[in-house]
Structure formats: C-alpha cells, structure tokens
Design a protein around this ligand. Structure first.
Ligand code: FES
Length: 256
C-alpha cells in the first residue's frame, strides 16, 4: 500500500448527517463534519476500549464514542471523558490518529500517510473544475464503482491503449480490422505521472445515428488519451468529434 497520497473517502454530501465509517487501505476511519463545515477524518478505533467512533454521534466539533461517551476533536484529541466529571483531567495520551482532509470536486479526500504538508503530493488537478465549480461549457457528473479487483489492475487497464480496439466498440472495430495497429502516441509526463494522447480510428457512432443525434456519420479518427497521477488516480480524455470532449477523472482507493 502507498500511504502517502490523497485518497477519496466519498461524496462530500455523505458526511452531512453524522459520523460515517469508511475503510481505506485496509483500515477503518470515521469521518464527520464539524461546526466549521470541515470534514474531519480520524481512526475509527476508540483509544479507550476500542469502540467504533462511527457508531457514535457528532457533538459540536467532536465525535462521541458510543461506548462510554469519550469525545474526540478533529485533531483526534480527547476533549471529554464523562465518567471523570466536569472537572476531570484528560490525559494527553487519550488521543486517536487524525488525518488531513480536503473537499474538492464534490468529493472528500483524505491524506492517509505521515508526510508534513509541504511534502505531500498534490491532488490530481481538474482544469475544467477549479475551486469555484465547473467552468462554462462543461458539465460534471459523478459516478461511484466498487470493483472486486486489485486496484493496480484498474490502473494498468487505464493506461493500456491496445485493449480499446477489442473492448470498446466506439473506440475501435472490435478486432475486425486487418490493418489495426496502435498509432504512435504522444507521451505526456508530469511530475506525478505519465500518460499519452493520440489518434484512434473508430467506426461511426451507430447508436447516436439511430437516435437522430449528431454523431459521426462515417468512420473517423478520434483523439483520445489517458494517464495516471500518483498511484491511484487516472485521467482519460476522449474527443469523439472536434466539438465533443469527454474528460474523465478517476480517483481510486484500495479498500482492503
Ligand atoms: S470505548 Fe470509547 S469511550 Fe470507551
């Protein structure tokens, strides 16, 4: 497991109504939104007797363990031990691990490693979706998938251009073209990844033609490319026609 990267915990809206348990990289975490609107991420295991904090409640800026009511803030520090009474002294070691979070693209990302902020790799950038939302001319949709595979197979597939001819009928001829070969690709290298962009020969968009939409009438060369950012994020650009651009960004997380 590569721990020192940002991983998606889920849609930001999932965390509006109390603590939520998420498994990432084989560990259980609890996420909750505090009174400032910040989504906090802590280890889900209470330091006292191992209760699941996600089964508790949000109390102000803390999550309250359901077993004996200890409360932990967004830094993981225990702020209340009810059995000690109002004046009880809370030992500093009453603490659970806390993880940085950021809310972007309508999603919540957690940094599950131990690098200081200045050394952390950046989240994958989406130029069409800056901080203030999707820019004009683009429309964003979000989809979530749970795959019973090793995530490395998913990444490998994402940057494998040779399967398109056989697997995706809109990107190739399903292996029925005698002169098929992968055309030269433009290699794209960034600080945190690699990818390619190039041309593919593709059949007409038959379904769109049947629906009377403005698809390609003839076989055509389309532009497409894909690449990875850090170990578990993928970008894919598909330009079926000069006027239609599909830019897809996949943020993946190994669950266990
Ligand atoms: S196990 Fe969490 S307060 Fe006791």
């Amino acid at each position: 497991m590569f721990i020192n990267f940002w991983y998606p915990a889920g849609l930001a809206s999932e965390f509006d109504d109390g603590p939520v348990k998420k498994m990432m990289l084989g560990q259980n975490f609890v996420l909750f939104r505090d009174t400032t609107g910040t989504i906090q991420c802590l280890s889900d295991v209470c330091i006292h007797r191992g209760g699941s904090l996600a089964a508790g409640k949000v109390k102000g800026d803390c999550v309250e363990c359901p077993y004996h009511g200890w409360q932990f803030d967004g830094q993981g520090q225990c702020r209340k031990i009810p059995s000690l009474g109002p004046e009880g002294k809370i030992p500093p070691r009453a603490h659970v691990d806390a993880y940085p979070t950021q809310e972007r693209y309508g999603l919540v990302f957690c940094f599950l490693g131990d690098l200081p902020e200045k050394d952390r790799p950046p989240l994958m950038d989406i130029p069409e979706y800056p901080e203030k939302g999707v820019i004009d001319g683009w429309r964003a949709t979000r989809q979530e998938f749970l795959w019973d595979i090793d995530y490395k197979r998913s990444m490998e597939n994402g940057i494998d251009s040779a399967h398109n001819e056989f697997v995706h009928p809109t990107h190739g001829f399903s292996g029925e073209r005698d002169d098929y070969k992968v055309e030269p690709l433009e290699l794209i290298e960034t600080e945190w990844g690699t990818g390619f962009f190039g041309k593919m020969y593709a059949p007409p968009l038959a379904e769109e033609k049947m629906r009377g939409e403005s698809g390609r009438e003839e076989a055509a060369t389309i532009e497409a490319g894909t690449g990875h950012h850090c170990p578990a994020s993928l970008w894919t650009y598909i330009h079926p026609t000069p006027d239609i651009k599909i830019h897809q960004y996949a943020f993946e997380v190994p669950v266990h």
